[in-house]
Ligand binder design. Structure first.
Ligand code: ATP
Ligand code: MG
Length: 672
């Protein structure tokens, strides 16, 4: 994944030239454009991330940038880690490279007392509990799936800056398919927000919103943040959503030192509100922006590049989208492999065997990845890799220096550094042995294995450092670890990466296995009713295949479990890619079933009468039915049979205005 770098070092002058020498002409021109708005619009593997990291290094080496004033943001923790390790590899220290969330969290922690009048509130990592109670207050009958869908609707609304009042109209315009009527979702959204406020907590979207708000409304905060950060870089900008864009605008405060890079063909978060128009419209917003296109793919073999081009070439053309075909630059490599298996454990066993063969032939395990559509697919691969004795990592280097075992090891190493002058590597091994770590003996799985691997990564790091600098001792190592912890520059944890396709964006491996490619998983079943959602799934596969430098294997299995019916069709996206197959036209969309209210007996009968009344009321006011009352509200009325306006007003979804407009009619319908 990422290279291990030596201790951060900055070389001025000559360093700047050396940095430029590692780029091609177009990339170099972009790297030298250190001031003003810059947009790089280019396909996978063309060196966008390389160009921006080199641009930062160039700016730092020439003195154009003060490293601490540069803020580079991206979307996933792994991608941020990749940025940090590439910057460290270029000898740049002090630049902040973070996810939007991590950057906002850091700033808000600092400003919370000033803008929120107290310490940093608790963060809600999972919305489900609050959504469930808001839904039950709205008298919706929910299950796990509909609760999850409600939470995604709330997330979508918040990332697109839609309030509960806006939600019904905006959701309809965006073609959302919420689990309940839009007005009911809006009600749950409002209920969720007020419950959250009562608890004094923030969710992840609030984190960005409140930070943007702090900058927009508090001139002193804005002044301080804008004095701190002067140069902004956004990687993977195709996936920016309106909320993140608002925060970026707040950071910029009208300034134009912003560089964005992205690939519209890799937009994989539009379902959650991301909008590639921010990227495509950048030059319109900044008419003096420099726009750079890159076409040469330096990452992958021509075989991988050709498959990627074919895959994305089968997508229906999109308006305003520049052609971004890739030109492979690397030497020829093996043809991508396709394989069909009877069931998932068999598929996983075959993939694990292939991983093992690669490792035995000399490919480091950290240069191999197994990518799947949903995290639930991970387990069968964890088991299969364990069974053949190949190490794997699920967490990657995320929060490496915050792991308890790493903290403990660093403390012990620091203690030992005060002592003797033993050579570094044995000294590190001794310290870790005192924590019960036994080299070459990774526990079979779970937390114990994660712990073992973290510690092994420290030994590997020591080995690499000694190779670079044989005089490195324990004190030097401890100082190096402190610098890395500061920069959040995790060492490479040895093991085959198991990751979702979403989490793989921006990264690369020598060998990539893209697994579980059946229709209903990729494209995922929830996407099938909407053509644009299916296209997003195609882009997801494009992201996955373009991670491979040399070896690419795609596989699927006909049944899920051994002995199950072998009925699952191969992913439609492979038609036209598998040798001898032809591309298929996209099938017509299938409508998704809506959750239906089921009421029995008298309540059911009243519910039907209320619905009939509502149709008339809606027709005479020329509004959609849910604007009058939602099914959930009608259900509540049918169940409680209010006898007065007061009783009616106590029900969810009956505000003062509705009471005035429809109260008498409803009571009459109930009483009839
Ligand atoms: P993605 O869209 O997948 O994020 P990207 O455009 O950011 O891709 P990079 O990751 O920067 O691409 O580059 C892909 C690979 O090609 C990296 O290993 C990078 O170091 C290498 N590369 C890019 N440009 C050059 C170059 N001019 N010379 C040599 N190698 C290069
Ligand atoms: Mg990149």
């Amino acid at each position: 994944m990422s290279q291990i770098a030596g201790a951060p070092r900055v070389v001025r002058g000559a360093g700047a030239e050396a940095v430029l020498a590692q780029l091609d002409d177009e990339q170099r021109a972009a790297a030298q454009a250190v001031s003003g708005p810059l947009c790089i619009l280019a396909g996978a593997g063309t060196g966008k991330t390389r160009t921006i990291t080199h641009r930062i290094a160039y700016g730092v080496h020439t003195g154009a940038f003060v490293p601490e004033q540069v803020l580079a943001v991206t979307f996933t923790a792994r991608a941020a880690g990749e940025l940090r390790s590439r910057l460290a590899g270029l000898g740049v220290a002090g630049v902040q490279a973070r996810t939007f969330h991590a950057a906002a969290l850091r700033q808000l922690r600092y400003f919370a007392p000033r803008v929120l009048g107290g310490p940093m509130p608790d963060l809600i990592e999972n919305k489900l509990r609050l959504v469930a109670s808001a839904a039950s207050r709205s008298r919706l009958s929910t299950d796990r799936t509909s609760l999850r869908d409600l939470a995604s609707e709330i997330e979508w609304a918040k990332t697109t800056l839609a309030t509960p009042e806006d939600y019904p109209v905006r959701a309809q315009a965006a073609g959302r398919e919420p689990p309940f009527e839009p007005a009911a979702v809006a009600q749950v959204y409002a209920g969720y927000e007020s419950a959250k406020q009562r608890d004094g907590a923030l969710d992840f979207e609030d984190l960005l919103l409140v930070t943007a708000f702090a900058l927009e409304e508090h001139p002193d905060v804005a002044r301080q943040v804008r004095a701190q950060y002067r140069y902004f870089v956004v990687d993977e900008y195709q996936d920016v959503n309106p909320l993140q864009q608002r925060l970026l605008d707040a950071w910029l405060g009208g300034r134009a030192d912003v560089c964005v890079v992205g690939d519209p063909n890799q937009t994989i978060y539009s379902f959650t509100g991301a909008d590639p128009d921010h990227l495509l419209g950048f030059a319109d917003r900044y008419p003096d922006a420099e726009v750079v296109k890159l076409e040469r793919d330096y990452r992958s073999t021509p075989q991988v590049v050709s498959l990627a081009n074919k895959l994305i070439g089968q997508a229906p053309p999109r308006r305003g989208l520049p052609g971004l075909r890739l030109l492979g630059q690397r030497a020829e490599g093996p043809a991508p492999r396709f394989s069909e298996h009877p069931d998932e454990p068999t598929e996983a066993a075959a993939v694990a065997q292939a991983c093992r063969a690669l490792v035995e032939a000399g490919t480091p395990a950290a240069e191999i990845a197994v990518l799947f559509r949903i995290n639930a697919q991970s387990e069968v691969y964890e088991n299969a890799l364990s069974a053949v004795g190949v190490p794997y990592v699920v967490r990657g280097g995320e929060r490496f220096f915050e792991r308890p075992e790493v903290r403990e090891a660093v403390l012990l190493l620091r203690g030992a550094a005060a002592g003797g002058a033993e050579p570094l590597v044995p000294a590190v091994r001794d310290v870790l042995a005192s924590m019960g770590w036994v080299e070459h003996r990774p526990p079979p799985g779970g937390a114990a294995r994660d712990r073992w691997q973290s510690l092994a990564a420290l030994v590997d790091l020591a080995v690499d450092l000694v190779a670079e600098d044989p005089t490195m001792d324990l004190a030097g190592f401890v100082a190096h670890l402190a610098a890395r912890a500061d920069a959040q520059h995790a060492p490479t944890v040895q093991g085959v990466t198991l990751a979702s396709m979403h989490a793989a964006k921006g990264l690369e491996w020598d060998a990539v296995f893209v697994v579980g490619l059946v229709d209903g998983v990729l494209p995922i079943s929830q996407s099938l009713s909407r053509p644009e959602a299916v296209e997003e799934e195609r882009r997801l596969l494009y992201v996955a295949v373009t991670r491979a430098r040399e070896q690419l294997a795609l596989s699927w299995s006909l049944a899920r479990n051994p002995g199950g019916r072998r009925s699952r069709p191969r992913s439609r996206f492979l038609d036209g890619l598998v040798p001898g197959s032809t591309p298929t036209a996209p099938p017509p969309p299938r409508r998704q079933k809506r959750a239906k209210v089921v009421l029995e007996g008298e309540a059911g009968e009243l519910f039907e009468r209320l619905r009939a009344w509502r149709s008339q009321a809606a027709a005479s006011a020329s509004v959609p039915a849910y604007v009058v009352f939602t099914d959930a509200t009608l259900q509540a009325i049918a169940e409680t049979r209010p006898a007065s306006l007061r009783e009616l007003s106590a029900l969810p979804g009956v505000g003062a205005r509705k009471l005035e407009l429809y109260g008498a009619d409803v009571l009459a319908t109930v009483g009839s």
